[in-house]
Ligand binder design. Structure first.
Ligand code: HEM
Length: 325
């Protein structure tokens, strides 16, 4: 190919990206070359003083993307009137906001008005996965920050006590398949849950009361002693028993064998299509013939990171992540 033609192709495709306003890996490579390294160093530092930070940041990315798209709407702390999205009960327990704010203030000092809060959240999720020894991946960036935050917007978040059909439908509404549902739920390979989310499962499981029969009989007394009936619902326990600090596919094995902590994980093994997907990652010859959990997880999380993104001229680049400009 001659040089002018090659140059034309490069120029044309960059122009196309600009017009279409798509996300792009390395979006800040000219405008703020240290953007990604600033985010990862802030995340690393925060995780070294508080090891519970990586799972918190990964969850934050999911909750951001599911409401109004991945646009940093979850980060808004206060509105001039009404309550922000963040205060919705469906976002209970979300943490890590201060890490996003710290990264933003360093970025503003170096490249004012350039890097969006929504991108910081997406990058911080990737860096968190890496810190938990999971796969690294390129994060397409160029998201803009949303200008809407409303309490009721989060009413439709997937919840722990929902059916597989409801979980599938909520993911499908965001363009995510049953396979994405399984892979993304496997993010529960790291982090913890409050006993609050196990109460129904342990003591008043519907329709008959008592405990969820899908809990392995060996696991039930362990869960009940960690989360006693009428006890402190804020006590936390691992989502991925025995492997909560390591990003790996043990969570899928735990789901298979009745060792999932929360019902929305366990229930994925009761539906034939999601069960088949789980089994495909844990089978005898899976390591040789695939499908491969890590690369498929990466595909799903990159896809999740594109939900409803604002690009080009829509939205804004916030100065401070916790409030609109
Ligand atoms: C299928 C729907 C999902 C439901 C119903 C669900 C529910 C929950 C619940 C109840 C907790 C415990 C929260 C707490 O006590 O602080 C939790 C934690 C967590 N979730 Fe999910 N989740 C879902 C999907 C996802 C997805 C798709 C991701 C990421 C891609 C994710 C990442 C996490 C992480 C990393 C934690 C641990 C947070 C921490 O340790 O602070 N979840 N989830």
């Amino acid at each position: 190919m001659s040089l002018p033609i090659a140059l034309f192709i490069v120029l044309f495709s960059s122009l196309q990206l600009l017009i279409e306003g798509q996300l792009q890996v390395g979006f800040y490579s000219n405008s703020c070359p240290n953007a990604e390294s600033i985010v990862s160093s802030v995340v690393r530092q925060a995780a070294s003083s508080d090891p519970t930070i990586p799972p918190a940041l990964l969850r934050l990315h999911f909750h951001d993307c599911m409401v109004q798209g991945c646009d940093g709407s979850i980060l808004i702390q206060k509105l001039s009137s009404g309550s922000p999205e963040k205060d919705n009960q469906n976002h209970a327990g979300l943490r890590g906001f201060q890490v996003i704010d710290a990264a933003k203030s360093q970025l503003e000092a170096q490249c004012p008005g350039v890097v969006s809060c929504a991108d910081i959240v997406a990058l911080a999720a990737r860096d968190s996965i890496v810190l938990a020894q999971g796969p690294s991946y390129d994060v397409p960036t160029g998201r803009r920050d949303g200008r809407v935050s409303s309490l009721s917007d989060a009413n439709g978040m997937p919840a722990v006590d929902e059916s597989v059909a409801a979980l599938k439908a909520k993911f499908a509404a965001k363009g995510l398949t049953a396979k994405d549902l399984v892979l993304l739920t496997a993010a529960h390979t790291i982090g913890t849950t409050a006993c609050f989310f196990l109460e129904n499962r342990l003591y008043s499981f519907s329709p008959s009361g008592g405990s969820d029969p899908s809990i392995n009989p060996e696991f039930l007394p362990e869960l009940q002693s960690r989360c006693p009936q009428g006890g402190n619902v804020n006590i936390r326990l691992p989502l991925d028993r025995g492997s909560e600090n390591m990003f790996d596919k043990q969570i899928l094995r735990n789901i298979q064998s009745g060792f999932a902590a929360i019902r929305s994980d366990a229930i994925l093994y009761t539906d034939s299509s999601t069960k088949e997907i789980i089994d495909s990652y844990t089978g005898f010859l899976n390591e040789i013939f695939g499908p491969y959990f890590e690369s498929d997880f990466v595909e799903s999380i990159v896809k999740m990171g594109k939900i409803g993104v604002k690009t080009g001229r829509s939205g804004e680049i916030r100065k401070v992540c916790s409030s609109f400009n």
